[in-house]
Design a binder for this molecule. Structure first.
Ligand SMILES: Nc1ncnc2c1ncn2[C@@H]1O[C@H](COP(=O)(O)OP(=O)(O)OP(=O)(O)O)[C@@H](O)[C@H]1O
Ligand SMILES: [Mg+2]
Length: 161
């Protein structure tokens, strides 16, 4: 199943993150991709805030590629592969250990992954629409995402985004 939205302003990105935080569950993996500055970190912050993680803590992992946020409703692992560049190897960076069915794992620059990750991940592609807005496409292949994406769409409609 696939959903698309135009996100008019950062407020709309925040609404999407908040809605995602209400439908996600333990073990969910999010693969974020899109242009420089398309809003991947902003969306991650909004998801984190919805999970009750202190928002100021969430920054693009710069030296550490992986940041753990353990003080929210679910453990959140934030990964940014930008500095690794193409062909990033999840085993080499020790990412596999986090796929334990409990952590929520958000990966920025997921297009840099050497091997396409688990089929059960939700792909989130962000792109520039114009300076004031972004487009987002969310694709979940497996059955678990159908139900969740329907709930997400209800949440987005209720928020009038
Ligand atoms: N829907 C939106 N409309 C307009 N501006 C937005 C929207 N979402 C985010 N932004 C703005 O875009 C800028 C870049 O956002 P952000 O750092 O989240 O992008 P990024 O994809 O993580 O970038 P990078 O590729 O460098 O990691 C920020 O100033 C943010 O406020
Ligand atoms: Mg970023």
């Amino acid at each position: 199943m696939r959903l698309r939205y135009t996100l008019k302003g950062i407020e709309a990105t925040n609404v999407l993150g908040n809605c995602l935080s209400t439908v996600l569950g333990p073990g969910n993996i999010f693969l974020l991709s899109g242009d420089l500055g398309a809003g991947k970190t902003s969306l991650t912050k909004a998801i984190a805030s919805g999970l009750g993680v202190e928002e100021k803590e969430v920054t693009s992992p710069s030296f550490a590629i992986i940041h753990e946020h353990l003080n929210g409703r679910l453990p959140l692992i934030h990964v940014d592969l930008y500095r690794l560049g193409p062909l990033a190897d999840i085993t080499e960076i020790g990412l596999e250990d986090y796929f334990d069915g409990k952590n929520v794992v958000i990966i920025e620059w997921a297009e840099y992954l050497k091997d396409p990750l688990v089929e059960t991940a939700l792909k989130i592609d962000l792109s520039f629409f114009d300076e004031q807005s972004r487009e987002v496409c969310l694709t979940g292949k497996t059955g678990i995402w159908r139900e969740r994406l329907l709930l997400l769409d209800d949440c987005m409609k209720a928020s009038k985004v």
